[in-house]
Ligand binder design. Structure first.
Ligand code: LLP
Length: 421
């Protein structure tokens, strides 16, 4: 797909405007998204998996901002959620309950009640105690709970960071797959549970289709065994995790290769497919725009100090995540220097890039931190008294402010000084 933020006449563009204009209008740091790029990604998924009954349950945790989520839902996509908060977001964005699946290892009774009342499509249950708690909650409400087991296939997926691997036995996610047949037999006999499908999610930022193929094989083994036991399933949910390229030379997951394995196997069994992409849909559709405040030389290093840092984009600091950084206004004559791009937060781990060769910017210059649409704003923090940044969505030739910058009152909202009224 085309770059949503191409350089034209030396300036990075967004829709019919430039990142510079947007930063001048809304201030920095600032998130900018391209809604058309997001729709293009969803179409790419739809066409790769054409031929099977597909529900794309977009993973809200990647970016749950209502303006963007509304556009995603309007394409017919559903939502993968992990909390009552994300349920609230998905419903508020106009995504119907019948297109929502609910994962997460620690669902509370209150969250189960909210989701049952919202008529969600399936709970992806992650432990046996959760399953029986859910059956009890469903009984109490008189609403049978639609369920799938999230199985753990014990596959170690090669993700860039150990924090984003979820498919191996020693992770907290899912139910050991060998327990599944016996549990489904018990579920099928429980009047408060409505057995719908089976779910697996092996990690995030995976670029190799092999671990998915391995997970599919394991899951289909269970599906076939259940069919023989007279417990037919309606869907297979293969989770998300489809890797995108963060750098120019990096690989991304080839969806067609994945689809080639998945589509025939599901068609043959007349199964519906659920996919839960997050990053793949919104990652490259977003940039964080930040302004250079100061340059500083120390200990043989050059620090480019920006007004955005780990509180706006935690990925570099938390996962060692690489994000390409481009000057918003081209500086063809600038010296290329190896620098650390660091934020204003009082932590040595606060950086956007380390040892990065960049055209040396000047104070006042804007930088675009690429591929920040996923796990950018959703992981933003108020640490150090930081105001979370605004978000702008460009769509065709329109510019929408979809979130205002937080203000100082937002920062202390809900707090109480004892003894004052
Ligand atoms: N489904 C489930 C059950 C998940 O836990 C996740 C992500 C997804 C779908 C979507 O994964 P995606 O397609 O976006 O890779 N903060 C980390 C990523 C954490 C992913 C958590 N689960 C990062 O910035 O790399």
């Amino acid at each position: 797909m085309r770059d949503p933020f191409p350089r034209v006449d030396g300036l990075l563009r967004a829709g019919s405007t430039t990142l510079e204009e947007l930063a001048d209008r809304y201030g920095s740091p600032l998130y900018v998204y391209d809604a058309d790029h997001v729709r293009g990604r969803l179409e790419e998924i739809e066409s790769a998996f054409a031929g099977v009954d597909l529900l794309v349950a977009y993973s809200v945790k990647a970016n749950g901002s209502l303006g963007l989520l509304n556009r995603i839902g309007a394409t017919g996509a559903g939502a993968d959620i992990v909390s009552a908060g994300e349920l609230h977001r998905a419903l508020a964005a106009g995504i119907p309950g019948g297109r929502i699946v609910f994962a997460g290892v620690g669902k509370t009774t209150a969250e189960m009640e909210d989701a049952l009342r919202a008529g969600i499509y399936a709970f992806n249950v992650e432990s046996e105690p959760e399953l029986w708690r859910l059956a009890g909650v469903a009984e109490g409400l008189g609403i049978p709970a639609p369920v799938a087991l999230r199985v753990n296939p014990d596959i170690l997926s090669p993700t860039p960071h150990e924090y984003t691997r979820t498919g191996h036995a020693a992770s907290k996610f899912g139910i050991p797959i060998e327990r599944a047949p016996a549990l489904y037999a018990q579920m099928a006999g429980n009047p408060h549970l409505d057995v719908r499908g089976i779910d697996v999610h092996i990690g995030s930022q995976i670029v190799d289709p092999d671990p998915y193929r391995a997970a599919l094989t394991e899951v289909l083994r269970v599906v076939d065994q259940l069919a023989e036991q007279g417990i037919p399933l309606e869907f297979v949910d293969l989770g998300g995790g489809y890797g995108v390229a963060y750098g120019a030379d990096e690989r991304r997951l080839a969806l067609d290769e994945l689809a080639a394995a998945v589509v025939p196997a599901l068609r043959e069994r007349n199964l519906r497919l659920i996919l839960e992409p997050g990053r793949f849909v919104v990652g490259q559709a977003g940039v964080l725009v930040t302004r250079v405040l100061y340059l500083k030389e120390s200990g043989g290093k050059t620090f480019v100090i920006t007004d955005g840092g780990m509180t706006e984009l935690l990925r570099p600091s938390h996962y060692g995540g690489y994000h390409r950084i481009d000057p918003v206004r081209d500086r063809p004559d600038a010296e290329v220097r190896t620098v650390d791009v660091v934020g204003p937060i009082c932590e040595s781990g606060d950086f956007l890039a380390q040892d990065r060769a960049l055209p040396l910017p000047e104070p006042g210059d804007l930088l675009a931190v690429r591929t920040s649409g996923a796990y950018g704003f959703t992981m933003a923090l108020n640490y150090n008294g930081r105001l979370r940044p605004p978000e702008v969505m460009v769509e065709g030739d329109q510019v929408h402010l979809i979130r205002h910058r937080e203000n100082l009152d937002d920062l202390v909202r809900g707090e109480v000084i004892p003894g004052t009224s």
